[in-house]
Design a protein around this ligand. Structure first.
Ligand code: RUB
Length: 290
């Protein structure tokens, strides 16, 4: 949890796996075993984000394709670098395309901490459009506070509110855009993102406010929505043992699924596309994940 957001998690994991290969002792077979074990362990850290799998797969493939240990180490490092470059390029294009959606005076609501969303908002602001942002706190882990700090530091007017105020903001504050990030987009166009996103999308639909999710193509998968596992985390994130009465159980699912009919469009590096068009565009050139 020291690294937040699917993009940063993917890049860090690919780099960590490459480092693991570079420092592992032994011949090619030992490196293959090390990369498989390392990838499994890293994948298990954030099971909902398909981007993590797409980040690790090229490093694993590089090791299996190498003819000897030296090439395996070199190509593992290179594969992690290529993935990081892909993330950077996608993020830049998404920032440009997303900023174009926001006219001067746009009033935007966001949820959680998405680096892609922060980049979009910063790009719109630096293009001279006076936007204003409302951000949910994002319980239980407070990622909204990170977002509000990043926006304030960029000079963007920002207001923090509790998650359950999102519907009130949409009905009472003339919010005209909702922008969120994405951890995974399933084969039917469903969005998987921080828990609470689905309720915001439902409110946006009720209020007729466009709901966009920034999702680079490496966040898409052909897997059906039902096979995406929703990570459940430590009960202490919700209430530490001293803060809850004896006998109280805690349920802490940290992502949720927003059905595709509530997503106006995905902002991908290939364009701003309605859910199924985005799925087709992303899967057209997505590598197979081992
Ligand atoms: C972060 C989260 C973000 C997506 C997209 O959750 O749900 O909306 O990961 O982020 P957590 P990005 O804090 O649990 O990682 O746009 O940076 O890829």
């Amino acid at each position: 949890m020291r690294i937040r957001g699917a993009a940063a998690i993917g890049c860090s994991a690919a780099q960590a796996l490459a480092d693991h290969v570079v420092t592992a002792a032994g011949g090619l077979e030992a490196l293959r075993q090390a990369v498989v074990a390392g990838a499994e362990r890293l994948r298990a850290t954030r099971p909902t984000a398909v981007s993590l799998r797409h980040a690790l797969a090229p490093v694993v493939a590089a090791v299996f394709a190498a003819p000897d240990p030296e090439v395996a180490r070199r190509d593992a490092r290179e594969a992690a670098g290529v993935f990081a470059g892909r993330v950077r390029a996608a993020q830049e294009e998404i920032a440009r395309l997303g900023a174009d959606l926001l006219p001067a005076g746009a009033r935007v609501l966001t949820h959680c901490h998405s680096t892609a969303v922060v980049d979009i908002l910063a790009a719109a602001y630096h293009a001279g459009r006076c936007i204003e942002v409302w951000t949910d706190e994002t319980r239980p882990f407070w990622q909204g506070r990170i977002t509000s700090r990043a926006l304030a530091e960029a000079g963007i007017p920002v207001t923090l509110m509790v998650d359950s105020a999102a519907h009130s903001a949409l009905t009472r504050l003339d919010i005209d855009h909702v922008l969120v990030g994405a951890d995974t987009v399933a084969g039917d166009g469903s969005l998987f993102n921080k828990v609470g996103t689905a309720a915001v999308a439902l409110s946006a639909q009720e209020c007729g406010v466009p709901f966009h999710a920034a999702a680079a193509t490496y966040k898409f998968t052909s897997e059906p929505a039902g096979s995406i596992r929703i990570e459940e985390r430590d009960p202490d994130e919700v209430a530490a043992p001293g803060e809850r009465a004896a006998g109280v159980r805690v349920w802490n699912p940290v992502f949720d699924r927003t059905p595709p009919d509530r997503v106006t469009a995905y902002i991908t590096e290939k364009g701003v596309l309605p859910p199924m068009e985005a799925v087709r565009a992303a899967l057209a050139d997505l590598e197979v994940t081992p």
